[in-house]
Design a protein around this ligand. Sequence first.
Ligand SMILES: C[S@@+](CC[C@H](N)C(=O)[O-])C[C@H]1O[C@@H](n2cnc3c(N)ncnc32)[C@H](O)[C@@H]1O
Length: 302
Amino acid sequence: MKTMNMNHIIQCGNTLELIKQVPIETVDLIVTSPPYWAKRVYNGEGELGSEGTPEEYVKRLADFFDVLRPYLKPTANVFINIGDTYFGSGAGAWNKYLDEEGNTTQVLKERKEKYYTLKPLQPKIKQNGKLYQNKQLLLIPSRFAIEMQDRGWILRNDIIWHKPNRIPASVTDRFNNMYEHVFHFVRQKSYFFNLDAVKIMGANGKMKNPGDIWAINTQPLSGTEHTATFPERLVETIVQCACPKNGIVLDPFLGTGTTWIVCEHLSRNCIGFEINPDFFHFAQERFNASTSQMLLNYDPNN
Ligand SMILES: C[S@@+](CC[C@H](N)C(=O)[O-])C[C@H]1O[C@@H](n2cnc3c(N)ncnc32)[C@H](O)[C@@H]1O
């Protein structure tokens, strides 16, 4: 595989600030995975994903993409991978909750039935017997997609990323979650899309559309605290069909740098921003290791 020495802009900081240096209407594709609501603490208080309610999160996330919108070419594509959250103690990080004074505490079972919080940083949410009920799947991805539609984005696909290697959870009163959503949005009705680049072989020997359920194993990374990394194959499929060769891909939540590495492999330029310095440095090391591997495989005659 050749390395094409693309022009990447990779910076550590807040995307909402760093994006201002990017010329308007130059980005061909956004492919990204934002922090999910109430799942992880990446950076601390006020960060995206730590909002007091799912509704606030959905609005803030849609606001984020509204800020990025002018930087996209009118023919651009946006692919956003987003996962869901259960309300209540079943959501892992929800085990800690706050007392009336806002202190993290272990409380009696009856109070646990009444109040839940996601992590010490977040305000408690009182159960309301409607959306906010213990065990409720909150449908955050769908709420987000509808909010984006209401703001004028056109939703072209709701791709199901099926994770065949997902380890079964210990739940006994529902099915184990095995997928996440990847939403495909566009700004206008005509946009760049190279379906031929990602067609797969059909049973009749003819190439066919791969469809909207993608079975791709998760790809854990060693050497980082980051546990929500993209598998490279997922990003490859998106980049191949949704960004022209030598085009510009933006990942506003770069994390451990998966999009950057895939862009280098596939001859696309990457703009990647990551607010967490540890993840940023890990991404740099990962990219350097990956490109030296590419150079080892470099065949000038191929
Ligand atoms: C779900 S992770 C992305 C993982 C990434 N797809 C990968 O393969 O490693 C979300 C990332 O967004 C970063 N982040 C959150 N808010 C940000 C912001 N305002 N600007 C830049 N990065 C941000 C977090 O630190 C976190 O690393």
